[in-house]
Design a protein around this ligand. Structure first.
Ligand SMILES: C[S@@+](CC[C@H](N)C(=O)[O-])C[C@H]1O[C@@H](n2cnc3c(N)ncnc32)[C@H](O)[C@@H]1O
Length: 240
């Protein structure tokens, strides 16, 4: 009988924010296939390390590229698609051999999670269970120390990888907003916030819920210093 595939939402980084179900299922699998930039390291491995058993096989899914699409977006897409194809084939081999495989995912697996690309390739062939996780956007608002949205307000989630014009367009019709995928997109995001007159309300959150969490007004962030695990939170503010 084929093994089962698990997509395990880990929450935003604090290991105590993993669900009981995530921990139970993670400890029950034969193989933990963890996404990383370098084998043996990575945020997801750090979150789950304390729960792993010596008998479990660790299988690193090493990204061929770590920055998002640059000038040559089609080359990036080809490389990343080849990576998901190749790693899916490797995971399928474990599953075909009857071994259960868990893929841990920071935050929630179905919310911009890389697990979605393995899910798309494997869930039609193998029984798959997905465990939700606390998304970074809610942990980011908690870290920012201000409620995200009240009553009839809408929340807009904006990838920082959009163009400056598109970010402004989304900001201009948002009550509350969260801008994710920062890192090297920060200068553009800051400019969009400034031009939309929202920089004053914007709170920068780095590594929400992790030991190294940092929170400061977005206006005070030095360009070039924000890591991948950072976001900007724009709370809606209380309304009547
Ligand atoms: C590909 S998305 C993954 C989102 C994730 N699946 C979730 O539910 O939170 C990656 C982006 O999420 C944001 N992110 C994830 N974890 C974070 C954290 N602990 N603190 C701040 N931002 C985080 C960053 O903006 C990062 O660039």
């Amino acid at each position: 009988m084929a093994g089962r595939l698990y997509g395990i939402g880990l929450g935003p980084g604090d290991p105590e924010l993993m669900s009981l179900k995530a921990v139970r299922l993670l400890r029950g699998v034969d193989v933990v296939a963890y996404p990383t930039a370098r084998a043996g390291t990575g945020v997801s491995l750090g979150i789950i390390a304390a729960h792993l058993l010596e008998t479990q096989e660790l299988f690193p899914l090493v990204y061929p590229v770590t920055a998002g699409p640059g000038a040559d977006a089609s080359d990036y897409r080809d490389r990343i698609n080849a990576f998901y194809d190749e790693t899916s084939a490797a995971i399928a081999e474990f599953l075909e051999a009857g071994r259960d495989v868990a893929i841990p995912c920071v935050g929630d697996p179905f919310f911009y999670g890389s697990f979605m690309y393995w899910y798309g390739r494997l869930s039609g062939r193998f029984e798959t269970v997905v465990v939700p996780g606390i998304s970074s956007i809610v942990a980011g608002a908690i870290a920012a120390g201000q409620p995200l949205c009240f009553r009839t307000q809408t929340v807009t989630v904006i990838p920082g990888t959009l163009s400056e014009g598109e970010i402004m367009q989304r900001l201009n019709c948002a009550d509350a907003a969260v801008i994710i995928k920062l890192g090297r997109t920060f200068a553009k995001v800051r400019s969009a916030l400034e031009r939309s007159d929202m920089l004053g309300r914007a709170i920068y959150v780095e590594r929400a819920s992790m030991e190294t969490q940092k929170v400061l007004p977005a206006a005070e962030v030095e360009t070039g210093t924000s890591p991948y695990f950072s976001m900007v939170v724009i709370p809606g503010g209380e309304i009547d």
